[in-house]
Design a protein around this ligand. Sequence first.
Ligand code: CP3
Length: 393
Amino acid sequence: MLGGRPGWGGGRAGAGRAAGLATGWPPAVQGRARASCETICGVTTQTEESPFLRACFRQPVPYTPVWFMRQAGRSLPEYRAARGKTSMLAACARPDLITEFTLQPLRRYPVDAAILFSDIVVPLKAAGVGIDIAPGVGPVVEQPLRAEQDLARLRTLQPDDVPFVTEAVTSLVAELGSTPLIGFAGGPFTLASYLVDGGPSKSFDRTKALMYGNPKLWTALLARLADITITFLQVQVAAGASAVQLFDSWAGTISPEDYRQSVLPHSRRIFEALAPSGVPRIHFGVGTSELLGLLGEAGADVVGVDWRIPLDEAARRVEPGKALQGNLDPAILLAPWEVVERRAREVLERGRTAEGHIFNLGHGVLPETDPDVLARLTDLVHTESVRLAEGAR
Ligand code: CP3
């Protein structure tokens, strides 16, 4: 599939450089870093004042900010119509479609942040991996990576490999005004799981076998993936993304000790590389109740929590100085509104025990979700969080 579609396999020379990566951070990014340390510099702009960014930095907010993982995508009829027959990865390489799909949910819901329409496998494909997203299945790899010689096929990513991301982020930031744009990438365990198992997996047997059985290759693979992720996130931030989220969705399948030893050092390097940009860094995984402290320790400003653990308990498990994001079970949105309302209030109440709280689902919006429920929920989060704060005074 490489090279056959517009956008993939090379791109225009210099587009990434134009984002300033070769010569260090561009003035806009340095300005953002300055503005986020407002006590030192006293510089603020509208985007920095957004409730979402303030909550990420554990600053007081007028109401609890909210956005939804997978707010763009198949739950929206306008998405299905505009996608038509275009394949998922072809869509991810077209700035016009990326921009349109990122904005679609914001036309329906007054969410407090947009998330770039892309996928965690986009940088892998851009780095030359034979990978596709099979409809209804997920990412599928042509030649799974299981031996030393396979690693040679995984080259690093250059900003010029993803000019369509730079172009889309630049146009989105202009359109979004004061609404922050969240950039994202896949975490090292999750990316490795697709490359090694070759596709979606329930038990990640081959991935874990490599992690336990060949630590040398595992370390080299995760180091390469971390390099790719760092470049992918830096491209997004350089083009104007105001925050980043690392989706290590499947890291919850390993024990805390194994996570600490075999994954955390790589995630830490990713977060450290993003630190100079000054943008908040969110770290999320599914089934990570036992890993929450470590997700924070890796260097995130915000820890994403799934629905398996209440937010007050999550707050106890994460070291001080972190905000939390989450954590309504996406399946609750399929229940009657009274249930959604009651459960969302509980999330807000428990979220008040965190130093900062961004309301979200515990995982992505399910395709069968009624968009009107998400619209009502967004309003409920805003109004109910104000009421709860007033009641507490
Ligand atoms: O949140 C957003 O609105 C931004 C868009 C986004 C997509 N993928 C678009 C997408 C984000 C943040 C992702 C991240 C992603 N991709 C993750 C981490 C988040 C998570 O869900 O845990 C993972 C594991 C992937 C890999 C992947 N890509 C899967 C498992 C699937 C679903 C397969 C299926 O069809 O059920 C995809 C495809 C995908 N990524 C779709 C979208 C909108 C659906 C494809 C389509 O519309 O045809």
